[in-house]
Design a protein around this ligand. Structure first.
Ligand SMILES: [Mn+2]
Length: 586
């Protein structure tokens, strides 16, 4: 072999599944009439939007996709009890979880209740002292402040003891929540959770803030101007929905569209201040910037010690009130970044000590870490090792754990199976939390690793492509056509495209383990960036290639250019053009 021609063997890291849906002339005609391009239609069909009705739900006025809030379990009981409060001029305590979902949801509920003329205080629990679920401290506060009704948001479904405690003090509780429903419910006036068995609610995928948004719609329905005022709360609902990773499909998509419209055109003072301190123009807000810019700042207060700052910010009535609160969150977010990097390094080391050959099936690590950071670190570990990860901190008593799943492993089920070892626990299939005594740690770790080990092994990594595009068709027209599918986000991510017939003219390693590519299609070039793929920097010049990635753009020196965000690469021929019925490849 000639020494000047180093052989680089391109190894794809995933199997690629090509789209198989093929369109009908009727659907193509409907799409055309709606101005949906053939490639945008291809993406929609690959995602199961295959009828005229599906296209209507995707593109028509979002308010037509909102369901009747009266279909939520116990909706009538909730409404009757709140109207009693109005009649009796009772004071109310809204209790929301301290994350972005709970914070936005409790703001929504507080604003709706205040519109009914009620005296409402919002109680944001302290992560350290109160933890998840309705707290005894909040019940005590309601008693001292003579608040006869507590309404929870994004939490409370498992708070049996605390609801009973409130009842003893003569305080009624209404639970609104979207978390996993255990067999026994708290003895509340109403438990409004779309996941309750027997629920008739058509779309249970709402976040906690989405449930609060529906409750606001329910409560304001008969008020003069009430329905419009309820829709105006969608800006808060979209933030919590995205922050909680609820899929942006169905009713969540309607909420997202309504909310984005309001965030962009008339952000409330708190959001405007937060965007200003983050350097983001309101009209540029997307679901992605909610996830990467807004939500982390709202969460940062609670993670670094005080979530009430974010709650006050969301409820702020003026810029003067909001600006100093936004500055506090900006600072907390900077701190949060630094601490996360430190804890991740320690947790990774702890994980590597216990890893078995062939990679771990699950990770359980413990350390003296800040309570507010362990969930973030669990998420990073789960991603890095593609296995469920539990990160436990010994910095509080009882110890606190936060878990994130991978490979379809059901954490809610696994934690239920470990219930006897926990003081408390709760969560979703993808994310869960627990409290445990130090003495229970070893037993928990053993049992959890057993559960993960006996679960079905996760399927090999696969990329499910939405669309196949030939190199010569990669242009701004394609980018504009795909932009008609926005807003995109969790559950409806950016189109994953198979690009066929490109040539790498240059590959070079970039800082942070990334690779920058200069790609050629015909006589033109475009950029590629492959995050966390240092191996691709080895590709020699003039190498033909097939790529899987997202089409985006980058701005450099004032110029915008197309850029492919590369997820995987293979020698040419892996993508079969014009083969819509091709089965899974590789
Ligand atoms: Mn939530």
């Amino acid at each position: 072999m000639a020494p000047s021609a180093p052989m680089t063997i391109l190894r794809p890291t995933h199997s690629w599944r090509q789209p198989t849906a093929s369109t009908t002339s009727a659907l193509t005609a409907v799409a055309q009439a709606r101005g949906i391009g053939p490639r945008a239609l291809g993406v929609l069909m690959a995602r199961g939007h295959v009828s005229e009705g599906d296209l209507a739900a995707y593109f028509d006025a979002p308010s037509t996709s909102l369901h009747d809030p009266g279909l939520l379990p116990d909706a009538a009981l909730l409404r009757r009890r709140v109207l009693e409060s109005v009649d009796r001029r009772e004071r109310i305590l809204v209790f929301g979880d301290f994350d972005a979902d709970g914070l936005t949801g409790s703001s929504i509920l507080a604003l709706a209740l205040r519109r009914l003329g009620l005296d409402v205080a919002v109680h944001v629990p302290d992560r350290l002292r109160e933890g998840h679920g309705l707290s005894r401290l909040a019940v005590e506060r309601a008693r001292v402040e003579d608040r006869k009704l507590i309404m929870t948001v994004d939490t409370g479904t498992t708070s049996l003891a605390e609801v009973a405690l409130a009842a003893e003090a003569g305080i009624d509780v209404i639970v609104t929540d979207h978390h996993h429903v255990p067999e026994r419910l708290p003895a509340a006036i109403a438990v409004v959770n779309p996941h309750r068995p027997g629920s008739r609610y058509p779309d249970p995928r709402l976040a906690g803030t989405g449930v609060a948004f529906k409750v606001a719609q329910l409560l304001l329905a008969d008020e003069p101007g009430g329905p419009a005022a309820a829709l105006d709360l969608a800006d808060l609902a979209v933030i919590g929905t995205v922050a909680d990773m609820a899929p942006i499909v169905g009713e969540n998509r309607a909420i997202a569209r309504l909310g984005l419209e309001r965030l962009r055109s008339a952000p409330r003072p708190g959001i405007a201040a937060l965007l200003a301190s983050a350097g983001l123009a309101p009209e540029a807000v997307t679901l992605e910037s909610i996830g990467f810019t807004i939500a982390p700042r709202l969460n940062a207060g609670g993670r670094m010690g005080d979530a009430t700052t974010a709650s006050s910010l969301l409820l702020a009535g003026s810029t003067a009130e909001a600006a100093p609160l936004a500055a506090l969150l900006e600072e907390a977010n900077k701190q949060r970044r630094v601490v996360t990097v430190e804890v991740l390094a320690e947790a990774t080391e702890a994980a590597s000590l216990t890893a078995t050959a062939g990679g771990p099936r699950a990770i359980v690590v413990a350390g003296d870490w800040p309570v507010g950071i362990i969930g973030l670190v669990a998420g990073r570990l789960a991603e890095r090792y593609a296995s469920p990860a539990v990160v436990i901190t010994r910095s509080v008593e009882p110890w606190r754990g936060s878990a994130r799943s991978a490979g379809g492993f059901d954490l809610a089920e696994a934690f239920d199976a470990c219930a006897s070892l926990f003081e408390r626990h709760g969560g979703h299939p993808q994310a869960a939390g627990c409290e445990l005594r130090p003495g229970a740690f070893e037993a928990f770790r053993t049992r959890f690793l057993e559960l993960a080990g006996s679960a079905a092994p996760p399927a090999g990594p696969e990329l499910v492509l939405d669309l196949i595009v030939a190199a010569l068709d990669i242009d701004y027209r394609l980018q504009r056509e795909l932009a008609t599918l926005e807003p995109l986000g969790p559950g409806a991510p950016r189109a994953l495209i198979g690009f066929s017939g490109l040539v790498v003219s240059r590959a070079r390693a970039a800082a942070g383990g990334h690779t920058q590519l200069t790609l050629r299609k015909g006589r033109e070039v475009l950029d590629g960036i492959a995050f966390d793929r240092p191996d691709l920097a080895e590709i020699g010049p003039e190498t033909p290639i097939d790529l899987v990635g997202h089409l985006g753009s980058r701005t450099y020196g004032g110029f915008e250019s197309l850029q492919i965000e590369v997820l995987d690469a293979a020698p040419p021929g892996r993508i079969r053009l014009g083969a819509p019925d091709a089965m899974a490849l590789g």
